[in-house]
Ligand binder design. Structure first.
Ligand SMILES: *[C@@H]1O[C@H](CO)[C@@H](O)[C@H](O)[C@H]1NC(C)=O
Ligand SMILES: *[C@@H]1O[C@H](CO)[C@@H](O)[C@H](O)[C@H]1NC(C)=O
Ligand SMILES: *[C@@H]1O[C@H](CO)[C@@H](O)[C@H](O)[C@H]1NC(C)=O
Ligand SMILES: *[C@@H]1O[C@H](CO)[C@@H](O)[C@H](O)[C@H]1NC(C)=O
Ligand SMILES: *[C@@H]1O[C@H](CO)[C@@H](O)[C@H](O)[C@H]1NC(C)=O
Ligand SMILES: *[C@@H]1O[C@H](CO)[C@@H](O)[C@H](O)[C@H]1NC(C)=O
Length: 560
């Protein structure tokens, strides 16, 4: 390594001289940054030689870098200190596409980081990451999973049965998607071992695209090299949804978040994360728009008089015709209403937004309509009180049955929950669900195998009803599975296939809760339903391994 002699020379003076946060230029494409606790060597793309606790925490791994859409990584051409204060320095590494900042305090192991866009093209993913020494960082943590990363040796003889998905000798599957989770449910993310932990702490997710259902990757074992990968995907309109690219305004800021080093303690990282959330917004950021913030509150009431208890509230683009999951140009906020339907969001960047509220199951798990209101203005230092918001639900309906709460998730069905590859194969081919005695757990999260899932129910046509309506809400769909819905044997109600829906990757990427939400409604004329016993059949007539229909809710009701 070329810089070894330089380090050796500096080491002599270092012991005597605590120099605090620094940027040191080594050559036109190499810089050293850090403080008395840590430092790293930044090249034009990769930062390596992370000195912490007396040794290099990167080793033979790839180190730190940033980029978009695959491996389009930033190339830094210059570095400078843009804020130099007694308490911290803000170092900007400049690339043609934007500037990556490191804000370094004297006594903090790690740094705050943020990225300011200058010229990114339309993108679906932007991320920074660390690829660290796998011997030192043996475990991965996210809110849903805290465990040892799979041994690298296991990959050597494991067939790659689809992209980034390996089958180990014991038959189990491992993919980098197993550690994916819901972005807005995260407390913090990191890799750690007995001596050292490296963590990402986001005090807000405002720069993350999408609503409550946005999922991205977190940590994983790099399958080709064994590196311990600590991902920081801060822009993603691709994974676990029907992907799109979105334009990025010049000056848009992702971050600041804290990259935090410690002795490997998860509980210390948790305490630090709580501290960061309490400290947000960060005073050190020299940006007027970042500090211009207001609040919003309101109370959601269904038109049938019920409070919209627990509703998922999304503050997104003023153009509410774009699916929330792929809104990605602006800043986005989410909340859940309380039992009375009241919600509030603090520290919202001032500007115009579109508000969408939808059921998140629970007491309003029968409600498949939403409340949409746009534009909504947030003014600096003010609270936008929307007051009472009336959310229309149809009142001329008489429920015949519902399977699963309407929440855009497969929650409640068997095998929904963990990110595990291949669970579609554990769903039965044939199933009979009897309304009245059947429970949600008798249904499975996904249909994949060839066969028929029958829903047996009794009904009697109300005198005023000319038709019934079948609402089929899917939490996701992966092609090329095809499924036909029949009533009482041979009456075709509808078809779900790649000809009617665009595929999303959730099901074959270890997704068992949600991908991209689809809502299908079918009219059924009254005379096609019999007095007494009826059977509605969901018949899978085309099979594709690990793919299929990810269920949310099925609702049949008379239209009065
Ligand atoms: C980086 O840290 C190492 C280990 O503490 C130290 O020996 C070295 O002098 C530091 N480099 C700089 C440029 O301060
Ligand atoms: C903030 O930025 C402005 C211009 O961008 C600069 O003039 C000013 O010195 C900066 N303030 C600090 C504290 O760095
Ligand atoms: C809200 O309801 C409208 C009208 O049914 C529908 O088109 C839209 O997709 C829904 N949006 C969300 C985010 O649920
Ligand atoms: C599912 O039911 C069909 C029709 O009764 C039958 O032909 C098929 O063998 C069943 N599949 C399985 C796996 O039991
Ligand atoms: C339908 O009604 C019949 C006759 O009342 C009854 O025997 C049967 O158990 C009912 N089936 C269901 C699914 O409710
Ligand atoms: C559907 O089934 C009914 C009753 O078994 C029968 O009368 C009718 O001909 C069938 N229709 C078709 C299109 O197969």
């Amino acid at each position: 390594m070329r810089t070894t002699s330089l380090f050796a020379a500096l080491a002599v003076t270092k012991a005597a001289l605590a120099k605090g946060p620094f940027l040191q230029q080594v050559s036109s494409t190499q810089w050293i940054i850090g403080n008395d606790l840590w430092n790293l060597t930044q090249g034009s793309t990769y930062a390596t030689n992370l000195q912490y606790q007396g040794s290099d925490a990167v080793g033979n791994a790839q180190g730190h870098y940033a980029g978009y859409d695959g491996e389009l990584n930033l190339k830094f051409t210059s570095a400078s200190i843009v804020s130099n204060t007694p308490s911290y320095i803000d170092i900007s590494f400049s690339s043609s596409l934007g500037d990556l900042h490191w804000v370094i305090y004297p006594n903090l192991a790690g740094a705050y980081q943020y990225f300011v866009n200058k010229a990114l093209p339309d993108i679906s993913i932007f991320r920074t990451l660390w690829r660290l020494d796998p011997d030192r960082f043996t475990h991965g943590y996210n809110t849903n999973k805290n465990e040892k990363l799979p041994d690298f040796s296991l990959y050597a003889n494991a067939p790659e049965i689809q992209d980034e998905t390996f089958q180990f000798p014991d038959g189990s599957y491992v993919t980098k998607y197993d550690f994916a989770n819901y972005v807005r449910e995260r407390d913090f993310v990191g890799v750690y071992g007995v001596k050292t932990g490296s963590w990402y702490i986001h005090p807000t997710n405002e720069y993350q695209p999408g609503n409550h259902l946005s999922q991205t990757l977190t940590v994983h074992r790099e399958s080709a090299t064994g590196d311990a990968v600590q991902l920081n995907v801060v822009q993603d309109t691709s994974h676990f949804r029907v992907g799109v690219k979105t334009p990025q305004p010049i000056g848009k800021i992702w971050g600041p978040w804290l990259w935090y080093l410690n002795d490997g303690s998860v509980s210390d990282a948790r305490r630090r994360a709580a501290h960061e959330r309490a400290t947000f917004p960060y005073t050190f950021l020299n940006n007027t728009a970042y500090h211009s913030r207001g609040s919003i509150k309101g109370k959601l009431t269904l038109s049938d008089g019920r409070p919209a208890a627990g509703a998922a509230v999304f503050l997104g683009d003023t153009d509410t015709s774009t699916r929330p999951l792929v809104q990605g140009s602006g800043y986005y906020y989410t909340a859940f209403a309380d039992a009375s339907g009241s919600f509030s969001i603090r520290n919202v960047r001032s500007g115009s937004y579109g508000l969408v509220a939808a059921s998140n199951g629970g007491a309003i798990g029968d409600v498949y309509t939403n409340l949409t209101s746009s534009p909504i203005t947030i003014a600096a230092g003010k609270t936008s009180n929307l007051g009472r918001l009336a959310w229309a639900v149809p009142t001329n309906r008489q429920r015949v049955f519902q399977i699963g709460a309407f929440d855009k998730k497969a929650t409640g069905f068997t095998n929904s929950g963990p990110h595990v590859h291949g669970l579609t194969e554990k769903s039965p081919a044939n199933l009979t669900f009897t309304v009245g005695t059947g429970k949600d757990a008798d249904w499975y999260y996904a249909s994949s195998k060839l066969g028929s899932w029958d829903v047996v129910f009794n009904t009697s046509t109300p005198s005023s009803a000319a038709r019934a309506q079948l609402s089929v809400s899917l939490a996701g769909y992966s092609q090329s599975t095809s499924l036909t819905i029949y009533l009482n044997g041979n009456k075709t109600i509808g078809t779900i296939s790649k000809d009617t829906l665009t595929s999303d990757p959730a099901l074959y990427r270890s997704g068992t809760i949600s991908g991209e939400w689809r809502f299908l409604q079918y009219d059924i004329i009254a005379k096609d339903l019999k007095e007494g016993r009826n059977v509605l059949t969901f018949k899978t007539d085309r099979y594709t391994l690990w793919r299929g229909v990810l269920w949310d809710s099925i609702i049949l009701e008379w239209v009065l």
